[in-house]
Design a protein around this ligand. Structure first.
Ligand code: WTA
Length: 657
């Protein structure tokens, strides 16, 4: 690939707006507006065409789309297998191509490179292991693994036999994992002894044991990450716990992929909503995979010689789609990294990008803000000239951060593709495409071809340009969109299909039109926050705090943070007689770490005598949120206890802007 190529040009008239260069346009899979126009004319035909071209089918579908609001289906009656699409079909031409390059946190450990054939063999074997352990089509498997290749092996092995995986972020606590395992009724868990994080050996098995106590769990498979002097001495329960390598040594490589109907669940992924209980978002097989395949190919314009690196953890949707199903279904080479970006210093990611000639790099604004703080000097000495495309996801990106990413990491040569999407959408939905542009700082871009985004006001009318409204999608819905909430149809209906009725998907994000085509997303309008890119809900953290024996009630709201985007701040009412103290605060923080994990721990705790409540007793988090940023507070007369406002202002140190 030509190095130092300029992939973008500046707009002559508008600041901070860029366009693809001629080279980019010519190279790109999508280089003309025609794609958008044709797709808009007949989205069903468009997606049918993409599903046919992108995926291999065992049986063609009978009907492209069916809608029974708020439910819908794509490619009805078709049969396929996700693992076949990620592996088997590449063997002929790409068997020796590297699928996964794994870098460990310790510098002295060698990287692992796994070819498509190598990955295929592992997946086949592990699918047989799962079958032997009693996993059948439709059964749930709980996966609790860090960024090691065995996590992809486990996912694809489930897909191969038609089992449904449910991954839980490895930095979440064992208690949290257990709740999710119980909700989905997983039979088998896959975990590991531990992993490296900031130079420390984290014992994951100890956490997994908490979840293994769930009634439905029969077997636990444990991958051995640490050997030799690093080996962890773990208690393995006889008849329940098995070493991965021992089972794999005996497993056959002969495993036929099970054809499943298009709308069969491929996985569940628990995500935070407005209540304390995370919901299990259900993704189907064919629609999800179609969107994963085409968004990976087009958003990042992947070609045969590209090396793709998405830094997301597999515990989040970004890791599912862009560290597994997307890149593997298109047959790309991807990088995964086990550790922390600051090990041994903040130049580590650039060292890795240089080492493996990364050409497409996809990360979150929170990481970019941290890199920016640490300085561009940290890239010096590393050759980043193979980079062609930069991506970002997870939260709105501010102008300075965008420009720094573009200038320092991309050296002013690479487009920044700002992708808006959600756990629920399965794949990206609003972003610029590399060969089309424009790349506008702070603006996500255009709805993906074949999807229909709108921005509505409270009454459901489209907003005028420049006005903020609510981002929604209209039918036919994007094929990757969630198909339900595990065991909770009411939640599915209430969360996504109530605001504007069952024919409009409500995202819970605020947005405005930047121009005729391009959308700027302003952020969540519900009680969901993004802390360093991680999705957490107020209610979930409040539940953890309230489970502390000395707490009566609490309210958690986000506060803007320079690096992490948002951080949770807690208002806590203690039991009568309990005095606020640093010890009580520390034990509340500890409780949150235990119940959820370190990502959710409150940044600040205010001990207060009461909270603002509506007449019906609902806590008005909005008031607290505005107070923290010295914004106008709104009408307090609807409160049950308006007198609390003056008191809280003093506690917080509120000064109206
Ligand atoms: C936010 C992450 C602005 C948004 C893939 C959404 C963004 C939530 C962007 C979903 C972006 C994601 N610009 N906001 N490019 N991408 N968001 O489920 O508020 O972890 O609703 O999925 O992240 O977070 P989730």
């Amino acid at each position: 690939m030509a190095k130092k190529e300029k992939w973008v040009v500046r707009d002559k008239n508008k600041r901070n707006v860029f366009w693809p260069s001629v080279e980019m346009r010519e190279r790109a899979w999508v280089g003309t507006d025609r794609f958008y126009k044709d797709a808009a004319k007949n989205p069903m035909d468009f997606w049918a065409c993409l599903a046919r071209d992108g995926l291999d089918w065992f049986k063609e579908w009978k009907k492209v789309y069916e809608s029974k609001p708020p439910y819908f289906k794509w490619f009805l009656g078709g049969k396929l297998n996700a693992s076949y699409n990620c592996l088997d079909r590449h063997l002929k031409d790409k068997g020796n191509k590297v699928a996964i390059i794994w870098e460990s946190e310790p510098l002295e450990e060698r990287e692992r490179k796994i070819t498509y054939r190598g990955l295929y063999r592992e997946v086949c074997k592990f699918s047989n292991v799962l079958k032997k352990l009693g996993v059948k089509k439709g059964d749930r498997v709980g996966i609790y693994l860090p960024m090691i290749p065995e996590v992809m092996v486990s996912m694809l092995a489930c897909a191969r036999i038609g089992a449904v995986h449910s991954i839980v972020f490895s930095a979440f606590s064992g208690i949290n994992f257990r709740k999710r395992v119980e909700d989905c009724g997983a039979k088998v868990l896959v975990t590991c002894d531990g992993y490296w994080r900031r130079g420390k050996q984290i014992n994951l098995k100890k956490q997994a044991d908490v979840a293994a106590k769930a009634k439905t769990v029969k077997k636990v498979v444990v991958v051995k990450r640490f050997t030799g002097k690093d080996e962890l001495k773990l208690p393995m329960r006889k008849g329940r716990d098995y070493w991965y390598h021992e089972l794999m040594a005996k497993a056959s490589e002969d495993s036929k992929p099970v054809p499943v109907e298009s709308n069969t669940p491929l996985f569940l992924l628990y995500t935070s909503g407005t209540t304390g209980k995370p919901k299990g978002v259900i993704h189907d097989t064919a629609g999800y995979l179609t969107q994963a395949y085409w968004t990976t190919l087009w958003d990042f314009d992947l070609h045969e010689d590209d090396v793709f690196w998405c830094t997301a953890d597999v515990g989040w949707i970004t890791g599912h789609t862009y560290n597994c199903y997307g890149p593997l279904s298109v047959g790309a080479t991807m990088v995964i990294y086990e550790g922390s970006p600051d090990m041994p210093n903040w130049g580590r990611l650039w060292k890795i990008a240089d080492k493996f000639d990364v050409s497409v790099f996809y990360t979150a604004p929170t990481a970019i803000r941290m890199f920016k703080k640490m300085g561009c000097e940290l890239t010096k000495g590393y050759d980043l000239s193979t980079l062609r495309i930069l991506g970002t996801v997870g939260e709105p990106i501010d102008l300075e951060t965008w420009l720094w990413y573009f200038g320092c990491i991309g050296n002013g040569r690479c487009p920044v593709i700002d992708t808006w999407w959600q756990t629920e959408t399965g794949g990206t939905l609003v972003n610029a495409l590399p060969g089309i542009g424009p790349f506008i700082a702070t603006v996500a871009g255009r709805p993906f071809p074949g999807t229909r985004a709108e921005i509505l006001d409270e009454k459901g009318k489209p907003v005028k340009k420049g006005r903020t409204g609510y981002l929604v999608f209209k039918p036919p819905f994007p094929p990757g969109l969630l198909r339900g909430v595990w065991k909770n149809p009411k939640k599915y209906r209430d969360t996504y299909w109530r605001e504007y009725g069952p024919k409009v998907y409500y995202t819970s994000d605020g947005a405005k039109w930047f121009d005729k085509h391009n959308i700027r997303v302003t952020g969540r309008v519900d009680d969901v926050m993004k802390v360093a890119g991680h999705r957490l809900s107020s209610a979930e953290i409040e539940d953890a705090i309230t489970s502390h024996p000395e707490v009566i009630v609490s309210a958690v709201v986000p506060k803007p943070d320079e690096i992490r985007g948002q951080v949770p701040v807690a208002f806590v009412v203690l039991r009568p007689g309990v005095k606020p103290s640093p010890e009580v605060e520390a034990s509340i923080v500890k409780q949150v770490r235990k119940e959820i994990g370190p990502t959710a721990k409150p940044h600040q705790v205010f001990f207060v005598k009461g909270l603002p409540k509506t007449r019906s007793g609902k806590i008005m988090r909005r008031f607290l949120k505005s107070m923290l940023v010295n914004e106008k507070l709104g009408d307090a007369s609807t409160l049950q206890n308006p007198e609390i406002v003056g008191y809280l202002k003093k506690v917080v140190g509120y000064k109206r802007k």
